[in-house]
Design a protein around this ligand. Structure first.
Ligand code: DX5
Ligand code: ZN
Length: 232
């Protein structure tokens, strides 16, 4: 199949003491996108990294930086990430009182925009803002931590999201990416692709294993993910 698949390492599971090297190495291994998880200990029960870290890693790679905001509110921080070099900024609809306005803000600042759906959040939030969305991100775990187990119901939800996106693309000719986030690994990535995802966040599956400092340490895992995707 000629469909284009993208692998997006979640740096949440990287070694933060060597973050720059981790990013350089995982992209050199053939990954496509840097998935950047922003948590505020309010919208989700964990605290991670902000615009200063985004700005610091920006010069290290030409890869897309995909900022996943798990913060509330979102409007205050969106301009900071745009300025820090983010390419895509996604947020959870529950975290914005004015979803249409927040999506527009991301676009006006020159970034691609997207909505993120928690496992129990209905897809309806996308229906009246499709023209302002470049990426839909479906959570297949409850956000907050890496290393959780994939929630199988996400496969049904992916099929529904795929159908909505395909109908929209058929009507407008405009592409919207469908990303999945949480518990993706070499054993389930093919089934997830069959359900309709085209962009795959992988945190612990990628960064969890190799402990040495060989710059090629991520080659085989990225290659295995791609080999699984090639079966689809
Ligand atoms: C979870 C984050 C994910 C997480 C994925 O709240 O949004 O991006 O890092 O990690 P894994 O792939 O280990 O489930
Ligand atoms: Zn994420």
């Amino acid at each position: 199949m000629s469909k284009q698949f993208r692998i997006a390492p979640s740096i949440l599971s990287a070694n933060f003491a060597k973050l720059g090297q981790e990013i350089t190495d995982v992209i050199a291994s053939g990954a496509d996108i840097v998935h950047f998880d922003v948590m505020d200990n309010h919208f989700v029960p964990n605290l991670t990294i902000g615009p200063l870290v985004c700005e610091a890693i920006r010069p290290l790679t030409t890869a897309i930086i995909d900022v996943h905001l798990m913060v509330e509110p979102v409007d205050r921080i969106i301009p900071d990430f745009a300025k820090a070099g983010a390419n895509i900024i996604t947020f959870h609809p529950e975290a914005s009182h004015h979803i249409d306005r927040s999506l527009s803000m991301v676009r006006d600042l020159g970034c691609k925009s997207g909505l993120v759906f928690n496992p129990a959040t209905p897809l309806d939030y996308m229906d009246h803002v499709m023209d302002k969305i470049d990426m839909i991100l479906l959570m297949s775990v409850n956000p907050g931590f890496g290393g959780q187990k994939f929630i199988p119901e996400a496969l049904n939800k992916l099929k529904l999201a795929r159908a909505k996106i395909d109908a929209y693309t058929a009507k407008t000719g405009r592409e919207i990416w469908l990303e999945i986030d949480g518990g993706v690994n070499t054993a389930n990535i093919a089934d997830i692709a069959r359900a309709g995802a085209d962009t795959f966040v992988a945190g612990s599956a990628l960064f969890g294993a190799p402990k040495d400092s060989d710059p090629n340490r991520y080659d085989s895992i990225v290659a295995t993910l791609r080999a699984e995707l090639a079966k689809v």
